[in-house]
Design a protein around this ligand. Structure first.
Ligand code: ATP
Ligand code: MG
Length: 313
């Protein structure tokens, strides 16, 4: 039996309905949509039919239930989500600019997700976990960093593997503890899934090629660099595979990287080749941007197969 697990923020997302809308005045919003990078990742793994779960916290409120219900419906194990009576589920309010950029008003640090702690992580909670995925965006407090490293060490001791998507902004690296934590996690990573210049940022290299060479030298087995609408590149010690993105009209970019990563990891854990895993991951990323809402674009293998068939026409 295999099981993929992750840990971190579980949120709702509430979105502006008009491009260029501002939160400095009243406007029409849509939501709550289930969200949070690790939760999106989890939902995509679940849709592919692979056993999976998440260590996370929500409040005992409807924003918590909208997440738990969706994840359960899609097939994830939600038994390791703690519903806290004295906390509120996290949220993200989003506006979209003309340029395609997004602006967020977050309530995460002071939400239920901010109460995740090392005490919630042990062998029992991680029982049967053969692969653990780390989202850099989840590492927003010293307590969570400690919990994450504890989880990684337990899964490694069980003989499991680790994937890591830094999912980070440059400003976060200005915090010295953050850089140290990311370095520590990188040293325990088997499969690294950076996007764009994250690959050079963490190793201090000048180019993607140099960074990849350094990471492989350090013992990371597989690296996939995501390049948004330009596609993605796979690297290991023996090969490089460039895969272009599938051309689609982007409706909402949120969740593309999380779905891509979830599909790549699941395919590899199912024994598919890197080339086959990349084919499905690129389809999963494209499908994610086609739907408004972070978790609304997750897809089953049947849906990915149909989408790939359509794209090949
Ligand atoms: P996120 O913004 O969710 O953090 P990310 O930056 O980690 O995402 P991206 O590179 O934006 O990851 O997206 C992951 C993959 O999804 C890309 O490599 C690509 O294959 C696919 N993808 C993303 N955007 C598009 C798009 N506009 N059209 C087609 N495919 C896309
Ligand atoms: Mg992106």
């Amino acid at each position: 039996m295999s099981k993929i697990m992750t840990m971190g923020e579980i949120l709702v997302e509430i979105m502006a309905t008009q491009i260029g809308q501002s939160f400095r005045q009243a406007g029409t919003l849509v939501g709550p949509y289930p969200s949070g990078a690790p939760a999106i990742f989890l939902d995509q793994v679940a849709k592919l039919g692979f056993p999976c779960g998440i260590i996370g916290c929500v409040g005992a409120d409807d924003f918590g239930w909208v997440n738990v219900d969706r994840l359960k419906l899609d097939g994830a194990d939600t038994s390791t989500i703690t519903m806290l009576k004295n906390a509120t589920t996290g949220s993200a309010f989003v506006t979209y600019k003309e340029s395609g950029d997004r602006d967020f008003v977050f309530n995460i640090v002071n939400s239920a997700s901010g109460q995740l702690s090392p005490a919630m992580v042990d062998e029992n909670v991680l029982k049967g976990c053969t692969h653990f995925h780390v989202m850099g965006s989840s590492l927003f407090s010293a307590q969570i960093i400690e919990a994450m490293i504890k989880a990684i060490q337990i899964v490694k001791a069980q003989g499991g593997t680790i994937s890591f998507d830094p999912n980070i902004r440059k400003e976060m690296l200005a915090i010295p503890e953050m850089r140290e934590a990311l370095g520590k996690i990188l040293a325990l990573t088997d499969l690294f899934l950076p996007s764009g210049d994250e690959v050079t940022l963490l190793v201090g290299a000048a180019s993607e090629k140099e960074a990849v060479a350094e990471l492989l030298r350090r013992g990371i087995q597989e690296i996939v660099v995501k390049h948004g609408a330009k596609g993605a590149t796979f690297y290991d010690a023996t090969q490089q595979i460039d895969v272009p993105a599938i051309l689609v009209e982007e409706i909402d970019p949120t969740g593309a990287g999380d779905c891509f990563g979830a599909t790549f990891v699941t395919c590899r854990k199912m024994g598919k080749t890197p080339a086959e895993a990349m084919r499905y991951a690129v389809a999963s990323g494209a499908k994610a941007v086609l739907k408004k809402g972070p978790m609304e674009g997750t897809a089953t293998f049947a849906e990915l197969d149909a989408f790939l068939k359509d794209a090949a026409r």
